[in-house]
Design a protein. Structure first.
Length: 140
């Protein structure tokens, strides 16, 4: 953030000679130095002469260029979103396959600690409802 502030201040300072005819400097009662295009009333101010910028001179950075740290953070965020999207697609593919299996096969069984157990029709219907809700909530 400090780098961004310094860069913005530098760019602003470089642009001022192009835009401002005269800059005034003064110190207020609290000792804070101020700069403005208009001199304050009732306070002693000093006119500052700014050197003219050479023709064709421009700053090295475009005015809205993000700094390197911001670019790295943007890249990381995009990669994370891409990973999450890929994971969501895998989940949806697997869940839709499970739903098709539940709907098309009335004789399903599951592995339990005691061995293999066949699902009752009520359990199968319950799982169909749960799987459909998961698809509705997480898949487009």
């Amino acid at each position: 953030m400090r780098t961004f502030t310094m860069t913005a201040g530098l760019l602003l300072a470089m642009c001022l000679p192009c835009q401002a005819g005269q800059i005034y400097k003064w110190v207020d009662a609290q000792g804070v130095t101020h700069f403005d295009a208009q001199p304050p009333q009732g306070v002693a101010s000093t006119a500052i002469s700014l050197p003219k910028a050479p023709k064709g001179a421009s700053s090295t950075l475009p005015p809205n260029a993000p700094d390197a740290e911001q670019q790295v953070m943007d890249s990381q965020a995009k990669q994370q979103v891409a990973r999450q999207e890929a994971e969501r697609r895998r989940f949806c593919t697997q869940t839709r396959a499970s739903l098709a299996q539940l709907q098309n096969n009335p004789r399903l069984s599951e592995n339990t600690e005691g061995g293999i157990r066949r699902l009752t029709e009520e359990e199968r219907q319950q799982r169909i409802v749960e799987t459909q809700k998961a698809i509705d909530n997480h898949c487009r």
